[in-house]
Design a protein around this ligand. Structure first.
Ligand SMILES: *[C@@H]1O[C@H](CO)[C@@H](O)[C@H](O)[C@H]1NC(C)=O
Ligand SMILES: *[C@@H]1O[C@H](CO)[C@@H](O)[C@H](O)[C@H]1NC(C)=O
Ligand SMILES: *[C@@H]1O[C@H](CO)[C@@H](O)[C@H](O)[C@H]1NC(C)=O
Length: 631
């Protein structure tokens, strides 16, 4: 049996991997990835990423390490004999992974993933507050943070859908959520809607399905919720959405550099900006350095005194807590000050003194969102070219969400600058089944000298594979274009990757034939005409798509009974108003996700008939329709 082998491997190995939980749960330790790569030459990359994902999902305790128990239980889930064979071989060849002996008594069955009680408490309180006035959640809220009600409350999917909508407004058309007669089937529909929508806002859901959520698996529920909450917390920590962040520019620093920072890095900058103004020492992380509450006291003092006049008069931060010798009591005194600013969220005194970096990051992000204490006026720094700052386009955002939902590493905050070392592209190539020789790839950290050379080499390799193995059409695109973050070239490459990814599932379902636009079009037409639907499309540019009626009709054919026709706006005297088109588009996209299609497109893509995204919508529906037909 598999278990015997597994236990053998497990008891001799303890993987003490540092997981980068600050960065949406990706393993920053390239050692681990390399190890997996070596171990799994026969495993496709997406599988490896799934495994890493599972590791992260399991890593919910606060020490940021994968514990032995977690490792064992995850490992047992892998159930791949081939994998464990090669893994064992590799491990015996490598160090960097510590030996571990003596722990036994871990039953092979029923091993529980451990999870962080602190996170559960923090998320429950956050959700209770966020959804307090939502009538659809009245049967669930308030949840008791002390028991397991969170895990039972996610079962019907409503709570997750609402949290997604809150983090990224308008992601889910609430008309599509089942709120009544919650049978098992209708709850599952909600969960599928939640998962596909979470993925559309960039959450990685590769190792979670509706059954896991229905069963309330704690580590998976917490892992998903954290990703969803983080999307909301970080939404405005971005220079194009908040120009006051330019105050954080250091002397002699280029704006481009500031703009390429991740939200985590910007938050650290922000705290240090205020600490600097307070004349006190800065911090370099949200774990060790915040334990004594010193930084927080000063931060609170700064942001409260930087507030608008009204606020300044009403809130005075009491700094006397700094004299308290007991750190836990001091943290409590600090949190009482935070509550004066209505920012007491996510952390308990103990989470501060134990340096829980995930929860402290959330605490700080929320504080930033509520009272940044930065002013646009500060921005008038000499000679800054503000025209430089452009908001992300819908297309860029969709690509980025698609990439992140696949769990590639590193996390992509900025489409161009985060792709410029080629690594993400290489991961994506692997996802579309282009073999990547990872031995050829330069891994960070790059040497100080010649770092860009290393990145460029990766880009050259990525472009070479894209042209010669994937056979993408990339006339005039070179590695240097990707390396320099050229929008046109990067978009051309990423689009072809996404297109390939989208139609890949179709080739898998069919007889492996290359799927071109014509095949999808013909399928759409014939499926619609079989059921006597009068909407037909002539191409993915067909103007009739802007009404979303062809999409809604198709959904009705694939999943009869899903569409509530009284929700659908029809043309009067041949015209449909733009508002009505948008309503239909939102409805269509949420419906598609509810019936199981992982659609990344936005409602605007349908209204404006953006042929690329329209193609992905129909291709996803076709994949889904064929899957259903095959069953
Ligand atoms: C969710 O989206 C709908 C639009 O469908 C919007 O009216 C509603 O206010 C949103 N709900 C939340 C909780 O953001
Ligand atoms: C946090 O930063 C301090 C230095 O400011 C360092 O001593 C400590 O090791 C860091 N902790 C972590 C977990 O990175
Ligand atoms: C789909 O139907 C439209 C309208 O009837 C027609 O113009 C088009 O040629 C059809 N396309 C395919 C690929 O069947």
């Amino acid at each position: 049996m598999f278990t015997g082998l597994c236990v053998y491997v497990c008891v001799c190995v303890c993987v003490c991997v540092r997981a980068d939980i600050d960065n949406s749960g990706f393993v920053s330790d390239f050692e681990l990835q390399e190890l997996f790569r070596e171990a799994s030459y026969s495993l496709p990359g997406y599988k490896v990423r799934e495994i890493i994902e599972t590791f992260i999902a399991g890593d919910t305790n606060k020490d940021e390490k994968i514990s032995f128990d977690e490792f064992v239980s995850i490992y047992q889930e892998l159930k791949s004999k081939e994998f464990s064979e090669t893994f064992r071989k590799t491990i015996s060849r490598r160090d960097g992974i510590r030996s571990f002996g003596g722990t036994s008594g871990i039953s092979s069955e029923g091993t529980q993933h451990s999870y962080s009680d602190e996170e559960k408490v923090a998320f429950v309180n956050w959700i209770n507050k966020a959804l307090a006035s939502d009538a659809d959640c009245r049967h669930l809220l308030p949840m008791n943070p002390e028991d397991d009600s969170l895990f039972t409350s996610v079962r019907d999917g409503i709570l997750l859908c609402k949290m997604i909508n809150l983090s990224q407004p308008d992601t889910i058309d609430e008309r599509v959520i089942n709120t009544k007669k919650l049978t098992h089937f209708r709850m599952t529909e909600n969960l599928v809607l939640a998962l596909n929508s979470a993925s559309a806002i960039g959450c990685t859901v590769v190792s979670i399905d509706a059954h896991h959520l229905m069963a309330g698996k704690p580590h998976l529920v917490l892992g998903l919720l954290w990703q969803i909450i983080k999307v909301g917390l970080f939404a405005d920590i971005e220079i194009s959405r908040n120009e006051a962040l330019i105050s954080l520019l250091s002397e002699g620093e280029q704006l481009d550099h500031l703009m390429s920072l991740s939200p985590e890095e910007l938050l650290l900058r922000w705290v240090n900006y205020h600490l600097h103004n307070a004349g006190t020492t800065t911090i370099s992380n949200f774990s060790e350095d915040i334990k004594d509450s010193r930084a927080y006291f000063h931060l609170l003092d700064q942001i409260s005194s930087n507030e608008e006049q009204v606020f300044r008069n009403s809130v005075k931060i009491d700094m006397s807590g700094l004299n308290e010798r007991d750190l836990e009591r001091r943290a409590e005194l600090m949190l009482r000050q935070a509550s004066k600013l209505d920012c007491r969220q996510f952390v308990t005194a103990h989470d501060v003194t134990s340096g829980n970096s995930k929860l402290n990051l959330a605490f700080v992000a929320n504080m930033f969102n509520m009272h940044s204490g930065l002013h646009k006026a500060d921005v008038a720094k000499n000679g800054l070219d503000m025209t430089h700052i452009e908001a992300e386009t819908n297309e860029e955002k969709t690509f980025r969400n698609w990439i992140n939902s696949l769990g590639v590493s590193p996390y992509v905050n900025h489409l161009y600058s985060d792709l410029c070392d080629g690594l993400v592209i290489l991961h994506l190539l692997e996802t579309v089944k282009v073999p990547v020789k990872w031995k050829r790839v330069n891994m960070p950290p790059y040497p100080v000298l010649g770092a860009n050379m290393k990145r460029l080499e990766n880009c050259n390799y990525a472009v070479d594979l894209s042209k010669n193995v994937a056979h993408f059409s990339l006339v005039g695109v070179g590695g240097e274009n990707i390396n320099q973050g050229s929008p046109i070239h990067t978009l051309a490459l990423v689009w072809q990757l996404m297109r390939r990814y989208t139609v890949m599932v179709l080739s898998d379902l069919g007889d492996g034939e290359r799927i071109g636009d014509q095949i999808i079009l013909a399928w759409v037409n014939s499926t619609l005409s079989q059921k006597r639907k009068d909407s037909q499309i002539s191409s993915f540019k067909d103007k009739s798509i802007s009404t979303s009626l062809p999409v809604i009709d198709l959904i009705d054919v694939i999943a009869p009974g899903t569409v509530k026709w009284d929700m659908v706006k029809r043309a009067e005297r041949g015209v449909l108003r733009r508002d009505d088109k948008l309503e239909n588009a939102k409805y269509a996209i949420s419906l598609a996700r509810k019936i199981g299609a992982r659609v990344y497109a936005l409602p605007d893509d349908l209204v404006e008939v953006n042929p690329k995204m329209v193609l992905t919508v129909f291709a996803c529906l076709m994949g889904h329709g064929m899957k259903k037909a095959n069953h």
